[in-house]
Design a protein around this ligand. Structure first.
Ligand SMILES: [Zn+2]
Length: 247
């Protein structure tokens, strides 16, 4: 049976309404119920980030630059302070100095040591590139050390290298210094300002300072000073020929 135009419109409206109602119900169900259930963690989003990880590795250029070069650059090396090694000068002036000293008839400054027992150790190498510039006279501990010539004791000094030492200004003009080192101890009553006579005991052989323990010997050094007030440094003169000729 045919439907009237009004009935058809009403039927379409009802279908549309029903469809709309169903849609609204569905949507309302979806929107109201979805927040209740916790959203699963989107794993795909996390995994999607992993492919980008290799981009974080340093580019090959960074590996190509050798960082070792910066570490191998040598640090500023402390240049060893050049020791005033006046050996050539001493030889050039040994004529004058030698004559002046020879006239003083030096004694071997260790009691009982004969000239033939001396060894020339003036040019021996020492630590830090230094040269010995002196003579070492081995002797048993507490062998008397005697003044090689007349002269004023200008300084009694204890130092790390020399140990117990005596500085004596020899010769009339006091331009020669005799340096006695590694003493075990001083002679009784020895004092600065005392004029020690040739052959007078001023101390005793030992191994103080940087001498190896038990290596008892006298380190005897002669040098010429420009100014006696600066008695601690000067031109070294080899004592060996002077002592070897002594008697
Ligand atoms: Zn020495």
């Amino acid at each position: 049976m045919p439907l009237g135009p009004r009935t058809r419109v009403l039927l379409i409206a009802a279908v549309v309404f029903a469809a709309l109602a169903a849609l609204i119900w569905y949507l309302s169900f979806a929107y109201w119920s979805q927040p209740v259930t916790p959203l699963p963690t989107p794993r795909q989003a996390e995994e999607a980030a992993t492919p980008q990880a290799p981009a974080a590795t340093p580019p090959p250029q960074a590996n190509a630059t050798p960082p070792a070069q910066t570490t191998t650059t040598p640090a500023a090396q402390p240049t060893p302070s050049p020791t005033p090694a006046p050996s050539p000068q001493a030889q050039s002036t040994s004529g004058d100095a030698g004559a002046a000293l020879a006239s003083m008839r030096l004694l071997i400054p260790v009691a009982g040591v004969k000239p033939s027992e001396l060894r020339d150790t003036f040019s021996d190498a020492r630590s830090e590139g230094r040269v010995h510039d002196a003579i070492d006279i081995p002797a048993p501990r507490n062998t008397p050390v005697v003044a090689a010539a007349d002269g004023r004791v200008v300084k009694l000094f204890h130092s790390a290298k020399g140990g117990t030492t005596v500085y004596q200004l020899a010769s009339a003009d006091e331009h020669f210094v005799f340096y006695y080192a590694h003493l075990d101890h001083y002679a009784d009553g020895l004092a600065e300002g005392h004029v020690a006579r040739r052959g007078e005991a001023i101390g005793y052989v030992g191994d103080t300072g940087d001498a190896a323990p038990g290596n008892t010997h006298l380190h005897f050094q002669i040098y010429r000073v420009a100014d006696p007030r600066h008695f601690w440094t000067g031109e070294n003169i080899n004592p060996y020929p002077l002592l070897h000729a002594a008697q």
